[in-house]
Design a protein around this ligand. Structure first.
Ligand code: SF4
Length: 159
């Protein structure tokens, strides 16, 4: 995953990363992978030179992870690979294919995104700002749903 690799390497090197790298690559991954918000907060606090708790904690908990239940943001900042592709040149140099939704060559952000929606329908299904993605998910074949869930489970087991 070239996007994660580059963002982590630059973070290690500079103790700094651009807002999009923090929010849409690293944070988005933590959100989609279901990583414990306390651990994510701790990681951001440790690795960034400008991460003072009063600003880091609400941003990571509220904006990045939606772990405040929606007090700060009106919807989770969750996105598939196409958003990262649009905002960067990471995908051109990645082993995964950003245009494929599932399967071993597919960008993991893609199936993790759809699986995230499926796993959190009880919390997000009535949010009007999430209506469009849920509609897209519901239009997919049930076999596609199964494949997305299987790919996500397989991927999450490996990390
Ligand atoms: S294809 Fe997916 S994993 Fe690879 S760089 Fe693009 S968004 Fe990241």
């Amino acid at each position: 995953m070239n996007c994660l690799r580059q963002c982590v390497l630059e973070t290690k090197r500079n103790a700094y990363a651009h807002h999009i790298q923090r929010l849409m690559v690293l944070g988005n991954f933590a959100l989609l992978a279901g990583i414990d918000p306390k651990q994510v907060n701790e990681w951001f606090l440790i690795v960034y030179a400008d991460a003072y708790e009063w600003v880091e904690m609400p941003n990571v908990t509220g904006m990045v992870l939606y772990a405040d239940g929606g007090l700060l943001a009106s919807k989770p900042y969750a996105a598939g690979g196409s958003y990262i592709h649009k905002m960067s040149d990471y995908c051109q140099h990645c082993s995964y294919n950003v245009h494929i939704r599932n399967g071993t060559d597919a960008c993991p952000f893609n199936y993790l995104y759809w699986d995230f929606l499926s796993r959190n329908r009880d919390k997000l299904g009535s949010n009007p700002r999430m209506a469009m993605p849920f509609k897209t998910y519901d239009r997919m074949d049930p076999l596609k749903h199964r494949a997305i869930a299987d790919d996500s489970a397989r991927f999450l087991q490996t990390i």
